[in-house]
Design a protein around this ligand. Structure first.
Ligand SMILES: [Fe+2]
Ligand SMILES: [Fe+2]
Length: 307
């Protein structure tokens, strides 16, 4: 299907298919909270198998799962609110040399509406966990650092003197985020050991993101050519940094999760895990990276040195 037809289809489907319009999301989920299930998949805990982690009692392990889940949701909300929302707003305000109008502009605005509703959904997920696990608000508020992908954006943006360069960098982060968040969400939504309400919420988000990935790719493929040569070279220069920001494991947040859960050896555990060559420092966003590579090839960005 041609990109323009895809955008038209997503635009006209939105009123029926998007979560915000369909009414499928319930603030009080039908699924009951099962305290025997984990809040976060054990197999995604990077320190599983570490002797100090394995020696912890079940109460602390359960707290680690809860704070890991809250941190995971916060990463999703940070992606929506600090990257995707502002970047898409920048795009429809024509802050770059891309001028969007008509259906593509309206479809991107629909995506912005979706993103803020997704943040609301994840707020609900966090609230359910806090309530059912009787976590203190003060402990939860200690998870106050923005996600690594945003901290890395800030580092890159602070090295770029011009506002238009910061806008392009934000757009790069947005394209990578929108083409990879679907895969990131599947890590949790498919895991049957986690709370069913969490899985169904993430599953709903995934559906919208499958549409967003297709929409953003189509709009950007049709419009990349309108960026000036300077904007294009800035876009290409930022790409490797963005890819690394989205795929790097956030060890700082993992240490916070352990510390807030009451683990005394949190610093040592994280040091050991970072130094353990059998534990990956990256999130396996393989399918997404294939898709981003295809996008690059379609708009004429050389991928030799990037992938
Ligand atoms: Fe989203
Ligand atoms: Fe999205």
């Amino acid at each position: 299907m041609q990109n323009a037809s895809k955008v038209n289809l997503h635009f006209s489907d939105w009123k029926n298919k998007s979560i915000v319009r369909s009414g499928r999301f319930k603030e009080s989920p039908d699924e009951l909270f099962d305290e025997n299930l984990t809040d976060y998949p054990d197999n995604l805990l990077p320190f599983i198998g570490h002797p100090a982690y394995e020696a912890l009692d079940d109460r602390i392990k359960s707290r680690i799962g809860s704070f890991a889940w809250i941190a995971w949701n916060k990463r999703v909300v940070d992606t929506e609110e600090l990257i995707i929302g502002p970047a898409l707003a920048c795009l429809i305000a024509n802050k770059t040399d891309i001028t969007l109008k008509g259906i593509p502009k309206m479809a991107i605005r629909q995506a912005i509406v979706d993103e803020y509703f997704h943040s609301h959904m994840h707020d609900i997920a966090v609230g359910i966990t806090i309530e059912n696990r009787s976590l203190s608000q003060e402990d939860v508020e200690q998870l106050d650092k923005p996600a690594l992908l945003y901290r890395r954006y800030q580092e890159v943006a602070s090295d770029l003197p011009e506002q238009w360069q910061k806008d392009i960098a934000l757009l790069v982060w947005c394209v990578i985020g929108e083409l990879s968040i679907y895969e990131f969400l599947t890590f949790v939504s498919k895991d049957e050991t986690v709370q069913p309400a969490s899985r169904s919420l993430v599953g709903l988000h995934e559906r919208d993101e499958a549409v967003h990935a297709s929409l953003i790719q189509a709009v950007m493929e049709d419009n990349y050519q309108y960026l000036s040569e300077e904007q294009k070279s800035c876009f290409e220069a930022c790409l490797p940094y963005g890819l690394s920001a989205f795929s790097a494991v956030d060890w700082v947040i993992w240490q916070d999760v352990l510390r807030i859960s009451g683990v005394k050896d949190s610093e040592q555990i994280i040091k050991d895990v970072i130094n353990d060559s059998s534990i990956s420092n990256t999130i396996p966003l393989n399918r997404s990276f294939v898709r981003i590579k295809r996008f690059c090839e379609n708009v004429g960005i050389s991928t030799e040195d990037i992938f």
